[in-house]
Design a protein around this ligand. Sequence first.
Ligand code: CP3
Length: 340
Amino acid sequence: MLKNDLVLRAAKGLDVERTPVWLMRQAGRVLPEYRATRAKAKNFIDFVKNPELACEVTIQPVDILGVDAAIIFSDILVIPEAMGLPYQMIEAKGPWFEHTVKNKADIDKLKIAEAGDLDYAMKALSLTKKHLDNRVPLIGFAGAPWTLFAYMIEGSGSKTFSKAKQFLYTQPELAHQLLEKITQSNINYLKGQVAAGADMLQLFDSWACVLSESMYYEFSLQYISKICDALSPLVPITVFAKDAHYAIPKIAETSCNSIGLDWTIDPATARQQAGNKTLQGNADPCLLYADAEKIISEAEKMLRAFGKQRYICNLGHGLYPDLDKQKVKLFVDVVKEYKW
Ligand code: CP3
């Protein structure tokens, strides 16, 4: 039995006595302790593939920041890799793929990943679950099919993702074939994560922002919906589609439990559109550059706007590496100490 199950209760729409809080990218460079552990690995990929080190940095924010959930340290790009497209993480630049997907032959060559292909991730989850000792829930995750597709076509990050979008406009049937393969891989992977100890899941659709509304439904949300249908009977699942808040009413029609929000939508509007789903978010990470007084007043304003129930406090995107750890901790403390 979990000692603190606030995040799970909030996700399921059950009563909570206070607002739970965790932060996207809480396991990251904002913590000097993370940087020290990372220095023990040869590079980012070796780090991700080392279950002991992954376990260590996953638990750090629970100990240091006092957050109400741990999120397994990994990356969304492990799925393209398991399907047959290896990547590198280039310092100060981000991900880079030597081979990208260009045509049908490239898609046919890719395999549908099985949980066993990501044995290191399963080991990291079970080890972390053990060491967490039921203090807080463990969150597993995957990239949404569209976001992974975008990296697999583009080969790296991009301002416009115009190559990936060109593929959608010129070869829509092939695009659907690849999206389907990614979806099946994600379902296998996420089921494996649950079997290995994940208490909850989140899908990150970081590049939702580059698609038009109708293309978003066709090329992204229908696949997210399939993943939710496969996983939500097992554990609660959150859908975080960055900068796509026009899609909230449609995301609310999927079988997800909660909807992650970026900071470009106000809480009241999101509530109106999200039916009875739980909401998660949505402080601008840049708020944490402000002085303590401003952090406290804005955090409390946000809590009041979302309300006590069906709400998990978080940021609207990941922590930036140059934020001050003390201010991050202050934000967490304000949420935990808020008296309803
Ligand atoms: O604490 C957590 O949130 C869990 C860990 C986590 C990481 N990546 C670790 C990481 C999670 C959930 C991710 C997801 C991820 N990875 C996303 C979706 C979320 C988002 O941010 O939109 C995306 C788009 C990626 C791809 C990715 N990984 C990029 C673009 C980068 C480079 C950016 C950077 O900050 O350098 C990464 C690297 C990465 N993944 C880091 C971490 C902690 C930084 C690498 C380092 O330690 O130097």
